[in-house]
Write a protein that binds this ligand. Sequence first.
Ligand code: SD4
Length: 319
Amino acid sequence: MNSRRKFLRNISLAAAATWITTKFVKADSLGSENIFNSEKNLSSPASKGNIILSTWAAGVAANEKALSILNAGGKAVDAAEQGVMVTESDKTNTSVGLSGFPDRDGHVTLDACIMDEEGNAGAVTFLEGIEHPVSVARMVMEKTPHVILSGDGAQQFALENGFELHKGMTDVARKAWEDWQKTSNYKPVISKENHDTIGLIIKTAEGKLSGSCTTSGLAFKMHGRVGDSPIIGAGLFVDPEVGAATATGLGEAVIKICGAHTIVEMMRNGKTPQQACEAAMKRLVKLQKNYRDIQIGFLALNLIGEIGAFGLQPGFQYS
Ligand code: SD4
């Protein structure tokens, strides 16, 4: 059966149900029973309504904002942008926005991207001093002939387009950075604190898809390091004919399998979102020798409203 027909078969099997958006739940993980050889039915109930999925518990507030944008008649891309803007402005989030932990040289450098319902894409990487990198990414998408602007160039573009410059870091971040400098031991850990990046994907009731992803990246990373979050196809991918996927966790591991694109392509070839998240994780585990020491979370949804979520380690939550 060709892949298109397989995908259509999945569509016809799906049942309609309502999905509750304002909660967060634990994803299956490598530590769960039956994983990777699962006999269980890996299809989620499909929903004909709006579906908004985002990484971690902090995503609840972002989802609520995104839903309010859709309910007010906004487009999927408006909801994708404004949803994660809530997280970018959350002063308690040390993984996203200007309250994020700095790199090892004391710079808070931000990565973000966005994709719209037509598969258009914009991103900024290694951007300093701007509260809403996702909005700069949207402007890159809509106002420039490019997809990614980086570093000083991204900042210059933001300032030229009316964004304000904010310098420095929060007291919490400074304290964490000073503590870290006592040992300067850089090892990505799987703790919750180091992983609160938001990736948000949307399917509207009309079948329009969009997504966004925004982060301050790994705490105390090397200066200049860019993770998966702003890389189209790694931290986020939207295929208007198929579905969308996003990732969180150790970006280097996600980039090496083009995580989000791999998941979406597997859905195109007939896998459910859940099967695709698990198959992509399987591929990652094969490549990533230290997979026991890192955390990765994948989220996916398809055009018929099925969803998938999978964490490499127990503890990955999504909203
Ligand atoms: C990165 N994927 O920069 C991001 C980190 C992350 O929650 O997801 N943190 O590699």
